[in-house]
Design a protein around this ligand. Sequence first.
Ligand code: SAH
Length: 401
Amino acid sequence: MSDKMKCPNFGQCGGCNIIDKPYDKQLEQKKAYVNEQLKGYAAVDMVYGMEEPFHYRNKVHVVISRKKASGDHSKKAPDRYDKSGKNVKGEIVAGIYEEESHNVVPVEECLLHDAYANEIIKSIVDIMKKGRFEPYDEDRETGCIRHVLIRRGHITKETMVVIVTGTRIFPGNKNFIRELLKRHPDITTIVHNVNDKRTSMVLGENQRTLYGKGYIEDVLCGLRFRISPKSFYQINSIQTELLYDKAIEFADLKGNETVIDAYCGIGTIAMAAAKSAGKVIGVELNKDAVRDARINARINNVGNVEFYNDDAGGFMERNAVNVDAVFIDPPRSGSDEKFLGSLIRLKPEKIVYVSCNVETQRRDLGVLSKGGYTVERACVVDMFPGTNHVECVVLMSKVQK
Ligand code: SAH
């Protein structure tokens, strides 16, 4: 890593815990880790790295807070008063919580974030300082602005800013927006989301669009996708195309198969696979994501996909469809017994399991192996350079009896 690349907060924020290692070493480390995890199932046949492993995050989230007064080392929220009782509100900062602490480490120069998103965050902090917008204080339940979430279309460059407040109202929001758009006229939409709960979740239930259309669109695998604030979208667009290419290549579709895309998000894998399949059924729990998926099918004129808003396991149990191949791409916690049990009963020829957590993937591969499947291939696509997160694609096929 050259000096230029050094982050002033390396080691403190924990976001990029291996960025000090040369990139080829990072990839070797990930390969060794996945091989260890998948021991007894398969060896990784390839690790796909990035040419430019920086500023790849199209989604950026920061906490807005005040810095602690000097000498305040407690794990509680920053105290507003120093030992002599003087009001010493710390400076407003945008960053991420240090582990197990209320201390926010600034990440305005983050090497993983989209560089333009970093600029927007700097402006937001400045607007807050000049316009007297107060960060939300979770402990005292005072102030207003709690988080900022930015999403940018990799191809379209459409930019969404979500301002999350800890209060139902966002006083002065008109001035805030006017000032933000003056500095960044290329922001395409601004959403106000309310999160007044004590939770580690960033977004709350209620939100309204303050400017623009309330979502962004991006292009992936030659298709256009609408992405709402609460919908999941892979954070590294360049690597996602590769990830989906590999998943679809593993499935080796011939053109007339019935395919399930479980945990389908806004329908990206389903629609990319639909070109090579007879019919694709997508299942997803998040209702905003399913609405996006249905609209996405329409705007791209993809007629052979259907999307269901359901728990993937429950859906599989209730609908005994004849299915040839299944893509699974669950959250970090992996899949569950209900889903895996139904999958085994449906007996698809092929299962392609995409995972961002190889430990839960290994656990689930164990269940599927006992249920009559064998691992054929595995590859790693590096979606998260500089961090020790890995993304792994595994092909399983039905053991022929
Ligand atoms: N395949 C998609 C999304 C993967 S992320 C993509 O590549 O973009 C995992 C998705 O699973 C999220 O959209 C999440 O909302 C969804 N999810 C979580 N639990 C679920 C469940 N029990 N049933 C169905 N979907 C679920």
